[in-house]
Ligand binder design. Structure first.
Ligand SMILES: [Zn+2]
Length: 272
């Protein structure tokens, strides 16, 4: 009997690993089948003005994604902020915009969303012009960590939802980083969908990234924030914000890049 014990334990572990994804899907289906909370619907109507302009099928998809997202992710209030349904729904709704129209595992690496009342201060190592390293304090509206956490300023997350056409959205930015991190290190190349070509993606993104670097160095105006010129991962996050928030102008000024993002996100926000 004692000899068989390791075998039983091994079989139990294998059984658990095999059944885990099925059980997770079963739980998600149950959550999605619940009627959408009326109070949550009111929060969306109040905080996310463009929701009602989205096609009905996308509105329904988004609601189901919000239900799963809130059921699975932990929200933690920092610096004295109390986590309310308003905070959860407003953040979840924007985060789930990036998951529409495709099979998704709901940011599998992400467990916790840390929410600060407003911009939070972080220490950073910087380098002076003569090469001396020093510590400085910077105020951030959001940050995506590689080990299961996202940090967000509630004030900035709220502005992102309420001002859908200014091209800035910290929630979209940080969750784009999460998608990028699913392929390993964040490098501006997330896992592409069926029919998308990595080489084409790389060519278009490299060209457009170089263009933004030139524009930023020369102080020339761009639809994209110069912050996107710092590194490819930031470029992907910045263009994702603009894709959802200034889609018409984006598609006119950078049609090839817009097409890549349209294929990747499987939505066309020009119609919302
Ligand atoms: Zn970033």
């Amino acid at each position: 009997m004692i000899i068989l014990l390791p075998l039983f334990i091994g079989l139990a572990i294998i059984g658990y690993l095999i059944s885990k994804p099925y059980y997770r899907e079963y739980k998600r289906a149950k959550v999605k089948n619940l009627p959408f909370n009326h109070a949550w619907q009111q929060i969306i109507a109040q905080r996310m003005p463009y929701f009602k302009q989205m096609p009905i099928s996308l509105q329904q998809q988004l609601q189901k994604h919000i239900q799963v997202f809130i059921a699975e992710k932990e929200f933690v209030g920092c610096n004295g902020i109390n986590i309310t349904d308003e905070i959860k729904v407003t953040i979840a709704a924007q985060a789930c915009l990036l998951l529409l129209n495709r099979k998704t595992n709901y940011y599998p690496q992400l467990n916790t969303i840390l929410v600060y009342p407003s911009a939070f201060v972080k220490k950073q190592i910087a380098q002076s012009a003569d090469g001396i390293q020093y510590t400085r304090q910077v105020a951030l509206s959001g940050e995506s960590w590689g080990f299961g956490k996202i940090v967000l300023s509630w004030q900035d997350s709220l502005h992102g939802a309420e001002l859908p056409h200014d091209g800035h959205n910290v929630v979209i930015h940080e969750f784009a980083h999460q998608l990028d991190q699913e392929s390993g290190q964040a490098n501006g190349a997330p896992i592409l969908g069926k029919g998308q070509n990595y080489q084409r993606w790389s060519e278009i993104f490299s060209t457009q990234f170089s263009l933004l670097r030139i524009q930023a160095a020369a102080g020339k105006p761009s639809i994209f924030d110069y912050y996107g010129a710092t590194e490819p991962a930031e470029f992907f996050a910045v263009v994702s914000e603009v894709f959802f928030e200034k889609s018409v102008q984006f598609s006119h000024e950078h049609p090839a890049l817009y097409q890549q993002l349209k294929d990747y996100y499987r939505v066309d926000p020009r119609h919302w």
